[in-house]
Structures are given as structure tokens and as C-alpha cells.
Write a protein that binds this ligand. Sequence first.
Ligand code: F6P
Length: 545
Amino acid sequence: MTVTHQDISTTNQWQALAAHAEELKGTHLRDLFGADAERGATFTAEAVDLYVDYSKNLVTDETLGLLVDLARAAGLPERIEAMFRGEHINVTEDRAVLHTALRAPRDATLVVDGQDVVADVHEVLDRMAAFAAKVRSGEWTGHTGKRLTTIVNIGIGGSDLGPKMATIALQPYADPDITSIFVSNVDGDDMAAALKGVDPEETLFIVASKTFTTIETITNAKTARTWLLDALGDGAAVAKHFVAVSTNAEKVAEFGIDTANMFGFWDWVGGRYSYDSAVGLSLMIAVGPDNFRAMLAGFHAMDQHFRTTPLERNVPVLLGLIGVWYRNFQGTATHAVLPYNQYLSRFPAYLQQLDMESNGKSVTLDGAPVTYQTGPVVWGEPGTNGQHAFYQLIHQGTQTVPADFIGFVHPADEVPGHHDLLTANLLAQTEALAFGKTPEEVRADGVPEELVAHKTFAGNHPTTTILAPKLTPSVLGQLVALYEHKVFTQGTVWNINSFDQWGVELGKVLANRITPELTADEAPSLTHDSSTNALIERYRAARRE
Ligand code: F6P
């Protein structure tokens, strides 16, 4: 993979956008809608089942044209192809980036580094499906012959956030007899709370770790094994109650899990891009292989859209470029994702890792410092809860927070009187954010003069509305792939590697150094800064009391 040395911010395309941003200064969304009665219909696009309205963004046709020019200058079409073909675009780890192969149909072929990766993917999917079916039917029992109905996924980061988010999202499709639990934090309270009231005879642990060296996961897995063996009193029980998901067979065997009970994936799947691989085993057991495959089909349909649709109508590309517009030409620092669906309660947390671990970078592919902003802080909560918590700042605070509102035509359960109210709130928020309420309108309501400023809404707060028919497995796959490719689009424009995460390493090294210092009877001399030394000493003293 060739690495470009170009500084994107020195290109004519970037400069043209900077000049255009100056020209647009002071333009209000009210002006844009006032000048074009069709705007709400034309500034929209569709991708598979998703209808995307980007009209309430501070963009014109010219803005979008210039952004597409920028994407071309950054080589986006070539980079998309390079990713799908399996070139080693993850240059710092010399790896292909092929999460798209995880959802390629069975009859596809993709030979990468001499190996047909699609055949490998389906071989694992078939093994997962066979195992999931056995657990679900009760054919696979625990050591004492009981059906396994509590599934505990032990993993962290990409080995937790994805399967957990999706298991919650697809709960209406799950087997009600199965309880899904996710333990991630090395905080022992997480495991202790998870195992309270759980019957060891009916519990299956899935230890999910790409590397199988992550300290949190290995610590939790050891604790779970001790808990199981204490209860069942026979080392042979591990074979029936523990399976592993990993790329590292050696470490799995070293831990004591038979590799016959291991479901593999590959170094070309990044952790945060992995829940549609074997990392989704807990999800597959909960919702069944057919629903899992329907989700993969949704992912694949969005992949096809991303690969084949012209940039001007390519939804992940448009959302990515609009994000670049705000981050680099309007000075915004954060991006909110606000799903109006309680089943998507963990979707913003999932996107935090996807986006922030991917694009939280400050050097370009060739190691030069970037001269512009890269990934924003991503955050959010489901509506309408967020409305009663942080929306105040979005409406009347001092910074612009671009936001995605995600809504659905149909709920999972038609509870009378709820869904229209929920959707009305979504629509009301985006309308209020865009158009606000002028002082004149406030006065016309009879508001006393001293309160007019307080009750005025400036508006002009940009939002994108994503409307889907229903939160089905396929739609979930489409949504996740949409954001994966949005992140890729932005990383490409910023010329950064969206597929490594060296930034998490230093903390891990220091934690390993500090751990023995906290527990030592004979306090070793502390060689940290004065703040860290003092905190260690205080903690150590308090623990001894
Ligand atoms: O936090 C760093 C990281 O490597 C993530 O990228 C990854 O998802 C997580 O740790 C867990 O890694 P593993 O699956 O190897 O345990």
C-alpha cells in the first residue's frame, strides 16, 4: 500500500472549502430553507432501507460539491477499492482491513495473501451456527447434564461493546429462555455482580479476545474458571462451560480451553470492527443463526452501497464529509448520536470506540503531525431521555454540536400511545434545533421583556435524521456498516490510519508497573511523578488500615 505524503490542508480543494466557509458565515438554516422550498426533499439520500435527511445541515449544493472534490483529492475512491480488495491499508501493522469480508455472501471469493478469506469466514460461521444451535436446543449441556441458559461473554473493547450493543438492540429477536450477560471491567465488582444468583451448572462462558492477552479479560476469565470449579469441583467441567473466541490458538490452549472449542478470526479484523465475526457468538446464541445471518446481509448491503454508489449519493461518504465540514471548517469538537429507540441504548457507546479509537490520531499515515483537527468526541444517549438531560446545551449553549437523530417507523412492540409520541419528539427536536425561536416570536407569546433573551432559541444547530422502517437484524447491520464506512471516509480525508490504536499502549505498560507497587508489603521505591507517587502512597496506606 502506497502512503501519500500530501498534506490535505494545503490542497486547492481544502482552500476552496475554507473560502466557502467564510462566504457562508452568518447564513442561517432559516435562510437555506427559505431560499429553497424543496430542500427538505432534495437534500436526502437512501441507502438500502435507510432514508437519510441531511437538509438540516449547514451545507449547500456548493458545499457538498467542494467536499466531494476534497474526497477525490484524498483518493477516497481508490482507498475504498484498496480496502475491499484486501490491500494492506493498515500500514503501521502491515495488515489488510477486511471486516467487509465477514459479511460477504458464501458464493463470493476474495483471495488475500494467497488465502480465500470468504471460504474461511463461512467455515467459522457454520461452526458457530452449529454450536449456537446445540446450545439453544439443549443438545450441548453443562458438565452435570443441565441445559446452558446463562451465557456470559467475557471481553472488553471490541470484544464486548459490539456483541453487547447488538444483543440489547436485538433483544426482541432473542430466545427468552437465554440470559445474556457481559462482563468487561477488571473491576471485580463487575464479575461479582454478574455472577450473583447465577447457577454454575447452567452457565456458559465465552472468553472473547482477539489477542487473548488482554489483562482485563484474562483476569476475569480466570476468576470465572475458579468460580465454576469451586462450584462443580471437577476440572473436566471447563470443557463444557468455556469456549473461546480469538485469533490466538496458542494462548487459548495455554489458558486451558480446548482449541476444538475455539472460534477463530483473523488479524485483518480490527477489534472494533469484529462483532460480526466469531466475536458475535454470544449474540448468535441469543438471537439464533438465522437472525445473525440476516444482520450480516444488512451489513453486506450497506457495503455494496458504499463500494458502488457515486460519491455524491453515497450515504456513508456524505455523512463522513459533512462531519469533516463541521470539524475542519466550522470548528466543532463533538458529534452526538441520538437514537430514538431504547434498544439502541448502547449504540453511542459502541460508536465511541468505533470512531474515537479509529480516528483519534494526530499523525498522518507516514508519521507526519497533522496540521488540522481529526476525530471528534462522539457521545449520546437515547431520546427522549437525553432531552431531559443535556439537550439544553445543544439548544442554548455556546458551541455547535452536530447530531444524528435515528428514528424508526415501527417499534418492536406497539404499545398504544407511545411510538408516535416518541417520533414526534425526534421531529420536534430537529425542527427546534434548526429553526429556533426568534426574539420577535418570543415577544409575540407575551413573554416579559426581561425573559425574552432567556427564552430565545438561536437555532441553526445542524442535525441529520436517519429514518429506518424498524430495528430488525438487517437494519442494525446496515446502521453499523454505515458508521464504519463514515469513519473510514473521514480517516481517508485526514490521511490517518483508522485501524491501529497505539494510543492505548502506554497506559497498559504503566498499569503493569504500578500493580505490584500497590500490593507490595515492602513498598518499593516509587519512581513516578510526585502526584502519582503521593496517590500510590495514600492508597497503599489506606488499604493497610
Ligand atoms: O483497547 C485496545 C484494544 O486493543 C481494542 O482495540 C480492543 O477492542 C480491545 O483492546 C480488546 O482487545 P482483545 O480483543 O485483544 O482482548
